[in-house]
Design a protein around this ligand. Structure first.
Ligand code: AMP
Ligand code: ZN
Length: 472
C-alpha cells in the first residue's frame, strides 16, 4: 500500500509500527458552529482510509479531537450570554449528528482539549525542563523554535525565510517573545475567559499543544499516521512535531497525510470568508450519502470545486448504485433456491475482478476516484448479468460483491428498511390483493387499495420487475 507522505513528498510503502495495527490521529474541528462541508472533507476522506485499513484486516486505533477552548468559542459564548462549555457541548453534539448522517464512524476516542489540561501542563513542563520552552514575566510559556534543529521539516520551510517573513509582525500580548518565530504553549487568562491553574499563571493552553498531548496519551509517542486538511501543515502540524519530538525524544509520526481543500468558486470554503455551506443545509436537500459520494469522487489530494451541478451529478451516480442494489434485492426476493450453475460460478468470478481493480486503486494512495470507477464497472456487469431464472445464491453473490466494495467507501447502497416486519407483511398482502383484483379486472378495487396505501404514505410503483413500494 502506497501513501503520499507530506513530509518526504513521496509515495511510500505503508509499514505499520505494530504488525496488523494502525494508530492514526486526525485533527478535528473547533466547535463553535455547525460544521461546513469543507470540514466534512477530512472527516469523510480519513474515515474511508480507516475503513480500507479495516477491510485489509488491520485493527485501527483512530483518534480525533474536538478543540473546545478557543477565541471563537469564547466570542460565541459571550454573544449568547452562556458558558463556553454550553457552546462547545452543543456543537460537539451537532457535529456527531452530521458525522453519523455522513456515515463517518465514531473515532475510537474523541478527546476534548478542556478535559486534557493536566497532560498539557505536564508536557509543557517537560519542554521547559529540557530547555525547549521558556516562561516570561506575565506567565506566558513559549516554545523556542530555534532550539529545534528539525523545525520546518514537514512544511519544508527554512528558518531564515520564516524569520524574514515575520519581520515587523508584532502580535499583541506577545511582546515578551525572545524570537518572532516562537509560539505559545500557555497563556495568561483574560477577563471573562475560562482558565485553569498552572505552575506559570492562571490561563489556558495554546492551540497546538492539545494534539501532541492527546496523540501521546491515546496512541503513544510514535504513531503511524497523522492527518488533517492541508491548511494545518503550517504552523499547526509543524508545531506539533516540534513539541512532541522535543518532549518525547522520539519520532512523532511516520506518515503525514493532508487533504486538499473543498473550494467554492475556486476559493477555499471557510467560515471566515463566509462562503460556506453547512452539512445540515446540504442534508436538507439531498441524502447525506450524496455528499459523501461527491467527496470520494475526487482524489483526496486534489482540490474539489463544489457546485450545484456537481452535487446533481453525484446524486445521479449514487442513485445508479442504489438502484442496482434494489434490483438485486427484488430479484433475490423472487429467486429460486437452487444450486449455482457452472455459468453462474464463472460470472461470479468475473464480478470478483472488480474487487482487484478496486484494491489496486485504493492501494495507490487511496485513489477513491478510481475505486468508484471499479464499483461502476461492477454495477454495469451486474445490470447486464441478471438473467431470468438466476439462482438466489448467484444473485446474493453479486450483491455481496457490491456491498463489500461500497462499504469500504462508507456508501450505503441498501436503503434502511422503511417498515418493520409486520408492516412489510401487511403491505405485501395489500399488493397481492390489488394484483388479484387487477387480474379479475376489478379496477375499482385495485385503485381503492392503491389509495388506501397512499393514505398511509405508501407509494406503489408498477415496474417491469413487478410492484415495488416506498414511503413518501
Ligand atoms: P477547523 O475547524 O477550521 O480547525 O477545521 C477542521 C478540519 O477541517 C481541519 O482538518 C481543516 O484543515 C479542515 N478544513 C477546513 N476547511 C476546509 C476546506 N475548505 N476544505 C478541506 N478541508 C478543510
Ligand atoms: Zn491538531
Amino acid at each position: 500500500m502506497q501513501i503520499f507522505n507530506t513530509e518526504t513528498r513521496r509515495l511510500e510503502e505503508f509499514v505499520p509500527i505494530t504488525p496488523g495495527e494502525v494508530r492514526m490521529y486526525v485533527c478535528g474541528p473547533t466547535v463553535y458552529n455547525l460544521i461546513h462541508i469543507g470540514n466534512a472533507r477530512p472527516m469523510i476522506v480519513f474515515d474511508t482510509v480507516r475503513r480500507y485499513f479495516e477491510y485489509k484486516g488491520y485493527k485501527v486505533n483512530y483518534v480525533s479531537n474536538f478543540t473546545d477552548v478557543d477565541d471563537k468559542i469564547i466570542k460565541k459564548a459571550n454573544e449568547e450570554g452562556v458558558s463556553c462549555s454550553e457552546i462547545s457541548e452543543r456543537y460537539i453534539r451537532e457535529c456527531k449528528k452530521d458525522m453519523a448522517d455522513l456515515n463517518v464512524k465514531p473515532a475510537t476516542t474523541h478527546p476534548q482539549a478542556t478535559k486534557e489540561i493536566p497532560g498539557m501542563i505536564e508536557m509543557i513542563q517537560e519542554l521547559i525542563d529540557r530547555g525547549f520552552a521558556y516562561v516570561v514575566d506575565d506567565g506566558t510559556v513559549y516554545f523556542s523554535v530555534k532550539k529545534d534543529p528539525d523545525y520546518g521539516k514537514l512544511s519544508h520551510k527554512n528558518l531564515d525565510d520564516l524569520q524574514f517573513n515575520m519581520r515587523g509582525i508584532a502580535v499583541s500580548g506577545e511582546d515578551q517573545k525572545r524570537d518572532p518565530l516562537d509560539f505559545v504553549l500557555w497563556k495568561p487568562k483574560k477577563e471573562g475567559e475560562p482558565y485553569w491553574d498552572s505552575p506559570w499563571c492562571k490561563g489556558r493552553p495554546g492551540w497546538h499543544i492539545e494534539c501532541s498531548v492527546m496523540s501521546r496519551k491515546y496512541l503513544g509517542d510514535t504513531i503511524d499516521i497523522h492527518a488533517g486538511g492541508e491548511d494545518l501543515v503550517f504552523p499547526h502540524h509543524e508545531n506539533e512535531i516540534a513539541q512532541s519530538e522535543c518532549a518525547n525524544g522520539k519520532p512523532f509520526v511516520h506518515y503525514w497525510m493532508h487533504n486538499a481543500f473543498l473550494n467554492i468558486d475556486n476559493h477555499k470554503m471557510s467560515k471566515s470568508l463566509g462562503n460556506f455551506k453547512t452539512v445540515r443545509e446540504i442534508d436538507a436537500k439531498y441524502d447525506p450519502q450524496v455528499l459523501r459520494f461527491l467527496m470520494l469522487s475526487a482524489h483526496y489530494r486534489s482540490p474539489l470545486n463544489f457546485s450545484a451541478d456537481l452535487m446533481e451529478s453525484a446524486k445521479a451516480s449514487y442513485e445508479r448504485m442504489v438502484t442496482c442494489a434494489q434490483n438485486l434485492d427484488f430479484r433475490i426476493g423472487n429467486a429460486e433456491a437452487k444450486e449455482l450453475s457452472a455459468d453462474e460460478k464463472e460470472l461470479l468470478q468475473k464480478a470478483d475482478g472488480s474487487r482487484a481493480a478496486f484494491e489496486k486503486a485504493m492501494d495507490d494512495d487511496f485513489n477513491t476516484a478510481d475505486a468508484l470507477a471499479a464499483v461502476f464497472d461492477l454495477v454495469r456487469f451486474i445490470n447486464s448479468n441478471m438473467p431470468e431464472g438466476s439462482s438466489r445464491a448467484y444473485l446474493e453473490g453479486l450483491k455481496k460483491e457490491l456491498v463489500t466494495l461500497t462499504d469500504v467507501l462508507g456508501l450505503i447502497v441498501e436503503r434502511a428498511p422503511q417498515a418493520d416486519e409486520d408492516e412489510t407483511a401487511w403491505i405485501q398482502e395489500k399488493i397481492d390483493e390489488r394484483q388479484a383484483a387487477r387480474k379479475s379486472r376489478d379496477f375499482a378495487k385495485a385503485d381503492s387499495i392503491r389509495d388506501e396505501l397512499k393514505d398511509k404514505g405508501i407509494i406503489l410503483e408498477d415496474t417491469k420487475e413487478g410492484v415495488k413500494w416506498h414511503k413518501a
